[in-house]
Design a protein around this ligand. Structure first.
Ligand SMILES: Nc1ncnc2c1ncn2[C@@H]1O[C@H](COP(=O)(O)OP(=O)(O)OP(=O)(O)O)[C@@H](O)[C@H]1O
Ligand SMILES: [Mg+2]
Length: 160
């Protein structure tokens, strides 16, 4: 099925129903000047299309925490955002030191953040647990010395 998402000078822009909006954002590790921009842009985009505010809140929390984890704990990464009629999926792929024990990393309060990061207000060890809490699907995979992949989905229909 096709739907019209934009009518411009060159005619209609058609997209499949399966793939309403797709965008890739890059995230630079250690860059605190631009930290948070990706999640801010995604939040603004969702507000502009009038998605349910509770869904926007959950996406905003999950993307901010995932973005900050790349800034804090990895070298660089990208965030793939995809909106379909059923759900919002977010995949964050980074290159960096990776996570030795993902089960431990998921524990509330566990953090390897430095004193400097803690002075900036990070390092409560609540990011990953909060992402999971706000997601309907969640998968964390990591390879030490290579990088980390986080996949999450938030369903648009609250009964799903
Ligand atoms: N992308 C990543 N690459 C490498 N290590 C990570 C990554 N994401 C999380 N970690 C590891 O998992 C730990 C727990 O992550 P979590 O987001 O829960 O807490 P935090 O980032 O330390 O603190 P907070 O998110 O509360 O500011 C981190 O301290 C870090 O050791
Ligand atoms: Mg974190």
């Amino acid at each position: 099925m096709w739907i019209v998402v934009h009518r411009g000078a060159r005619g209609y822009l058609l997209k499949t129903m399966e793939d309403l909006y797709k965008k890739t954002f890059t995230i630079r590790g250690g860059d605190f000047d631009t930290a948070g921009e990706v999640s801010t842009r995604i939040k603004a985009m969702l507000k502009s299309i009038e998605i349910n505010s509770n869904i926007i809140r959950r996406v905003a929390i999950a993307t901010f925490e995932a973005e900050m984890n790349v800034v804090l704990h990895a070298d660089n990464g990208k965030l793939d955002f995809c909106l379909t009629p059923k759900k919002i999926t977010i995949t964050v792929n980074d290159k960096g030191k990776g996570i030795e024990d993902t089960e431990l990393a998921m524990k509330e309060g566990y953090s390897t953040a430095s004193d400097e990061m803690r002075e900036m207000g990070f390092g409560a060890g609540m990011g990953l647990p909060n992402i999971k809490k706000n997601s309907d699907e969640f998968k964390l995979e990591s390879e030490v010395g290579v990088g980390t992949t986080l996949y999450l989905a938030i369903h648009l229909n609250e009964n799903d």
